[in-house]
Design a protein around this ligand. Structure first.
Ligand SMILES: *Cc1c(COP(=O)(O)O)cnc(C)c1O
Length: 410
């Protein structure tokens, strides 16, 4: 499978490195388009999509995505500005995040944001006062934290003490206080309780939990929601041997429940939205780094690369991973089989700057290019770029049959 992909991708990775230099990230838009099509086909159009900007806020990517994805979810006023600069109409944007500050709420409301995702009573009271001051009625969704998340989610935002949203157990106390605010209009509910799950049954079970909560809350407060957000939870393979999610099996499992739900009069006008980042863009991106030096050290072969954790923290294993496992990767332009174990480290003066431990690759020499897979989401954006003050990596977009430098200037 890798070999087939490699033949298609390597000439472009080699060109990207030659034209724009390394280290860099290369994002392939045809792969994102294919993912988008597959999602829509699997769910038969029952879900609209909302792209979580935090997974990859590259401006050119956000610009490209606005043609194929309905909504953009932002988690800071910085991401809100990036969305607007990329040409998204503010009405297509939602704003999540547990620590929104007053100036962020004010700028988003004044800027015409579609919905604020309200995560606490405090935030609702602040947003209401700001909206009143601006003479506005602001549409909001309320984020609910379910008491339970099925097993199989690599990262969990509910089902235990958490910072996000309103715990379902507290809804009876807190929702009436939000619903009473005159300058907020509650148009929907939002749940994002876990992510990075590759088990279709667990995701389907989670969506059934969502549907139950949506029913319960909407019945309690007689809400006829316009939007219901499903934090998708869809995971991707990062490591050799990881099985991909069976999206079609997930769809087959959940579609009857979705259709029954949509048939209820209360939900007739509700737009169901899948909110996601990595599943759309993660596998479309590669991190490209060149080997600067090779050291034989006490029985290990160590390749020192021009980019490491400063560019790609998750690949180094320091982004919520309990045990470091090597990201899938390959030596660019090498037809041969993996023959030799090598450690890949970055250029930083710290022992934690490691891209791979004992990975099997074709023999690695000085000047070789290595491509780390599944790097289109939570790559550059999740990395400590300023640590040790190296030049930032390039960001390259493959689109319309050509490569373009789309490096975000900070
Ligand atoms: C991060 C985030 C997402 C996207 O998560 P992925 O794992 O990239 O799909 C969606 N919604 C919210 C509220 C988020 O914080």
């Amino acid at each position: 499978m890798i070999a087939f992909r490699q033949a298609a991708v390597d000439p472009w990775l080699e060109r990207a490195a030659a034209r724009f230099g390394t280290p860099g990230f290369v994002y392939f838009t045809p792969d994102i388009a294919a993912r988008n099509d597959r999602l829509r086909a699997a769910f038969g159009g029952r879900f609209a999509l909302s792209f979580a900007a935090k997974s990859n806020p590259n401006p050119a990517l956000l610009t490209w995505l606005k043609e194929g994805v309905e909504c953009l979810d932002v988690s800071s006023i910085g991401e809100f500005r990036l969305g607007i600069e990329a040409g998204w109409h503010p009405a297509r944007l939602s704003f999540t995040g547990p620590g929104k500050r007053d100036f962020e709420l004010a700028e988003a409301i004044a800027g015409g944001i579609g919905e604020l995702v309200i995560e606490s009573v405090r935030e609702a009271v602040a947003a209401d006062a700001i909206a009143r001051g601006l003479g506005r009625i602001q549409d909001v969704m309320i984020r609910i934290a379910p008491p339970r998340v099925p097993k199989g989610f690599g990262d969990q935002m509910a089902g235990r003490p958490c910072a996000f949203g309103i715990d379902l157990e507290d809804a009876a106390d807190q929702l009436p206080r939000i619903l009473a605010l005159a300058n907020l209009r509650v148009v929907g509910l939002h749940i994002y309780s876990g992510t990075q799950c590759r088990k279709a049954e667990a995701i389907a079970e989670n969506y059934r939990i969502f549907l139950g909560i949506f029913r319960e809350i909407c019945a309690s407060y007689d809400l006829n929601p316009r939007r219901l957000i499903f934090g998708s939870g869809l995971g991707i393979p990062y490591h050799d041997g990881d099985a991909p999610l069976d999206l079609e099996a997930l769809a087959a499992d959940i579609l009857p429940d979705l259709d029954a739900f949509r048939a209820e009069p209360r939900f007739a006008a509700a737009r169901l939205v899948l909110e996601l980042g990595r599943y759309l863009v993660g596998e479309a991106g590669y991190f490209l780094t060149r080997v600067v030096s090779v050291k034989a050290s006490r029985g290990s072969r160590i390749a020192i690369c021009d980019g490491g954790m400063n560019n790609h923290l998750p690949a180094s294993g320091h982004f919520g991973m309990v045990i470091h496992r090597n990201y899938a990767m390959h030596k660019v332009g090498a037809a041969g089989e993996p023959t030799e174990k090598v450690d890949l480290v970055g250029p930083l003066c710290t022992s934690i700057d490691r891209l791979a431990s004992g990975v099997m690759l074709p023999r690695i020499e000085e000047g070789d290019l290595v491509a780390v897979h599944a790097s289109g989401a939570y790559g550059l954006t999740a990395s400590p770029l300023h640590f040790i003050s190296h030049q930032p990596p390039r960001e390259i977009l493959f689109d319309g049959g050509d490569l373009r430098d789309v490096t975000r200037i900070l």
